[in-house]
Design a protein around this ligand. Sequence first.
Ligand code: ADP
Ligand code: MG
Length: 262
Amino acid sequence: MNIYDIDNVSFSYSGKFSAISGVSMTIAPGEKVALLGPNGSGKSTLLRMMDALVFPDSGEISFMGRVLIEDNLHDEANTFFRKNVALLFQNPEIQLFSPTVFDDVLFGPMQLGIPRDEALHRAEESLEKLRIAALRDRSTHELSIGEKKRVAIAGLLAIDPGVLLLDEPTAGLDPRSCRDLIDIISSAGESGKTIITATHDLHLADELSDKAFVFSDEKTIIASGATNDVLSDTERLREWNLTHIHRHKHGGRWHEHEHKHL
Ligand code: ADP
Ligand code: MG
């Protein structure tokens, strides 16, 4: 059974701002998938749908064979879904709300009815994994962006969901924190989790996915395939507004060139 079956889904905010148009895809258990596309192409909206925070205007999205509509997400069905799927928001400010780091990481498992001892154990383990044990009693508001992201991810891993939805997980991080985060996500992936990453960063897609869907400014999928194949088509990456131009200084003069992904 697929994790997600997404069939011809469209959605507009307030009924007028189109955010997703006629999107279809299937995602199998354990797949590592990138949603690639420029700003505003609908990636975050699709992740919110996969997390059942917004629902399609038309078309259908199913999780493990069950259509995601509000009527199917009451009580145990909702708990089942929340235990299995967790979304990392692009902006960790939205994700963190408990007074301390430890409380925040503990919140998810407790909320989902995991017995207290087990929840405490998971929270401790997640803090260790993300190397933020030293921050446990700190206020979440007083952390750097990189620290906040780690706390948010620790909270997700404490839930131990089978599916991780990651919205621009490395945005705003310095290169070392980026590297670290990619390693943490990859190792979570090795345990068989399904990982779906929205990004416009081709390096990140390369590191975190085997399969990629490319979204266009028209908020629809214009290409899909093995990530390697998608990223090696330099000509089309330009058409898709996805090549990064690398700008750096040589002998005091700025110079630009495309970044090739082979
Ligand atoms: P991406 O994550 O690829 O940058 P989004 O899913 O955030 O794309 O946005 C898709 C489209 O939906 C954009 O045109 C954006 O302006 C619009 N949009 C996103 N969020 C909202 C919102 N809360 N209200 C109205 N329009 C929105
Ligand atoms: Mg986005």
